[in-house]
Design a protein around this ligand. Structure first.
Ligand code: ZN
Length: 435
């Protein structure tokens, strides 16, 4: 399986991002949800290039655009957000890499579909819409059951792949206008699915109004997003990147949905992306669906964790700095002792980590990845070369730094042979571990 073990949270830009215009700059300082001035810093990771913009050899001679990775907290509605320093069209117009889902992610999608079909009694007369449907990895499960469905996917090349697999797909960004178009040309949706996309939309309200417009009177929206509570608890600051504008709790997402007339009636935690939230929403005026008690339980957990106050978010920045200190301390000691260190994996999250820590070839000779698209390329910003995994056996480094911590055990098993020459694994997150 690919080391991209989950649906990628980011698209690979094939065009360079452009700096925001002056009018945009004013918007950067206002909350995406409530427009309050953003005065409170959640965490400042310095500046970084777009985390999926791998460089070819000839690009090494040129400059790279770096953008701030300063995450802010709205003091009014408590939405944690990264201002849109790079415009969405530039980030999402085409994926350079897709269909990378592992067997485990595909089976996650299949199970999710079975549960949705059963719970909401979907049949041949239903209509399901998925936003950011990618190559149809999820909708194919509805097609297989002959339940009418439609994907909405902005990346034309990815949408084409879905169409080729028999999954009807509209090439569009999702928002109110697209929703109106779908209702007119098709019909209202009984179920709308939005997995790992609500964090990526710079116009939050247009997106939520799209959901409100598209779901039928008794329709539901099923939304999966990375869960801020776990991101904080597990120190996953490396999942912060420019493509990822919002970092939600159930509290903050419920507020955003409520402001567009949608009510959360159920929520659960799932294990994808290091800890995610699956939220079920309905029209606020739909009294037919009761609110499940676990919604209140999860909101109470967030209160207990301090995430309903500004101050409750304050410890995170220091924990992040501590990860940096510990990793650099290890690398400095290893290099002074004459040891060699290689990376494993070239995921977007690795690029946030390495740029934030300022780790280049002075510490890590190279990294390896199973994705052939990345071979012969260089990591954005840090310019560490990427090779095929065989390079590890050839170079025999003393340490292998695992960058995709979410699949650390799988990697440690695959690379068990590094013990033959006495090498060890290093994982920096949630805290430095050498094993
Ligand atoms: Zn706000």
């Amino acid at each position: 399986m690919s080391i991209a073990a989950e649906k990628p949270m980011t698209a690979s830009p094939t065009t360079q991002g452009v700096a925001p215009t002056e009018t945009d700059t004013a918007k950067l300082h206002r909350c995406l949800n409530c427009s309050a001035p953003l005065s409170h810093t959640f965490v400042d990771l310095g500046t970084s290039p777009l985390c999926e913009s791998y460089l070819s050899t000839d690009q090494l001679e040129g400059p790279e655009p770096f953008y701030p990775l300063k995450v802010l907290l709205c003091p009014e509605c408590l939405l944690v957000q990264l201002p849109a320093y790079v415009s969405g069209e530039h980030i999402f117009s085409e994926y350079a890499y897709f269909s990378s889902f592992s067997d485990s992610y595909l089976s996650h999608a299949a199970k999710n579909v079975s549960a949705i079909v059963e719970r909401f009694g979907l049949n041949l007369n239903s209509f399901v819409v998925e936003v950011a449907s990618n190559d149809g990895y999820l909708l194919r499960n509805f097609v297989g059951r002959q339940i009418p469905c439609l994907g909405i996917e902005p990346a034309a090349n990815v949408a084409r792949a879905a169409e080729n697999r028999g999954i009807p797909t509209l090439v569009k960004f999702f928002g109110e206008q697209t929703a109106k178009h779908v209702v007119k040309e098709f019909r209202s949706a009984d179920v709308l699915i939005a997995n790992n996309v609500a964090a990526h939309v710079p116009d939050l309200h247009d997106f939520m109004r799209g959901i409100k417009t598209l779901i039928a009177a008794n329709g539901v929206a099923v939304i999966e997003i990375q869960y801020l509570l776990r991101l904080i608890e597990r120190n996953q600051f490396d999942t912060i990147y420019h493509e990822h504008f919002c970092y939600y709790t159930l509290t903050s997402l419920s507020r955003v949905l409520a402001s567009e007339g949608l009510t959360v009636f159920d929520a659960e935690e799932i294990q994808t992306h290091g800890g995610s939230l699956r939220v079920y929403a309905k029209h606020a005026e739909n009294a037919g669906r009761v609110i499940e008690p676990r919604v209140e339980t999860m909101l109470a957990n967030e209160r207990d964790a301090g995430l309903t106050t500004v101050e409750g978010h304050d410890g995170f920045a220091e924990s992040v700095t501590e990860v940096k200190r510990a990793l650099l301390e290890f690398l400095i000691a290893a290099k002074r002792a004459g040891k060699t260190v290689a990376g494993y994996g070239a995921p977007g999250k690795g690029n946030t980590l390495l740029n934030y820590c300022g780790i280049r070839q002075d510490f890590i000779d190279f990294t390896v990845d199973r994705n052939p698209y990345k071979h012969g390329k260089f990591l954005p910003g840090t310019r560490i070369p990427v090779f095929a995994p065989e390079k590890i056996a050839e170079a025999k480094p003393d340490y292998v730094l695992i960058l995709p911590w979410n699949i650390r055990d799988e990697i440690a098993t695959q690379l068990a042979y590094i013990r033959d020459w006495g090498a060890k694994f290093v994982v920096p997150i949630p805290k430095l571990e050498i094993f």
